[in-house]
Design a protein. Structure first.
Length: 230
């Protein structure tokens, strides 16, 4: 197995590709617009409580409802423009000198433990990556045994992001058995691949500008609309 070193940090040095695909930009902009519109609607209705008739209060919520529909479309209907179909892989957990505490994500929706892995696709070259073992039911994730073999999928060719699968393919099962018998066939020193940032991440500066600009636009649109109907 790999020698104990700061693998999560070293693999992270491969960097992250900005979320700059059309679907990423649409999700970032529409999400920020929706949040801004809802916040502005709540503030305006509270401010004008007693001055607007029930009918006008319903009318005031129209922009937020329209943006909510757009939000559902960009997140549920629009498809990710990935580089082809997901690729079945077998990932093997690696040893690292970084403590579980330093690798544990405790904030946000996705809480869990970051674990370095080396990955062998069913078709393709091996690479190193990092997976997040997510909490379920608020139970803290335990460190997996080094050398554990996991059947996952490479989300996008050329990227290091990995995801769970619904069913293990026969090719994966054969690969897992082969690596269990001959672990040296998969080198722990494979190159690390970059990962694509999430659609709502505000990095780089252009993504932050889209987010905050859209948030402000949502607030301004609702305030202007309510001013007109008032």
């Amino acid at each position: 197995m790999a020698s104990h070193t700061d693998l999560v940090a070293r693999i992270g040095e491969a960097g992250a590709v900005p979320a700059n695909r059309p679907v990423d930009r649409a999700r970032r902009i529409v999400t920020a617009l929706t949040i801004g519109a809802f916040l502005a609607t709540i503030v305006a209705l509270l401010w004008l409580l007693g001055y607007l008739s029930p009918a006008k209060m319903m009318i005031a919520a129209i922009p937020s409802v329209i943006l909510l529909v757009a939000f559902v479309v960009v997140w549920r209907v629009m498809r990710d423009e990935r580089g082809g179909e997901p690729i079945p892989v077998i990932a093997r957990t690696l040893a690292t000198s970084e403590s579980p505490y330093s690798r544990y994500i405790k904030k946000g929706v996705n809480k869990g433990l970051l674990v370095p892995v080396v990955v062998q696709p069913v078709e393709g070259e091996p690479f190193r990556s990092v997976i997040l073992l997510r909490e379920t039911g608020g139970v803290q994730v335990e460190e997996p045994e080094v050398g554990t073999l996991l059947a996952l999928c490479q989300v996008e060719r050329g990227m290091g992001e990995l995801a769970n699968i619904d069913e293990v393919t026969p090719e994966q099962e054969a690969l897992r058995e082969r690596l269990a018998r001959h672990p040296r066939q998969l080198s722990n020193r494979a190159p690390a691949l970059p990962m694509r940032r999430g659609s709502l991440e505000r990095v780089p500066a252009s993504a932050a500008a889209e987010w905050w600009g859209s948030l402000g636009a949502g607030v301004a649109i609702v305030f202007a609309y309510i001013w007109v109907i008032y």
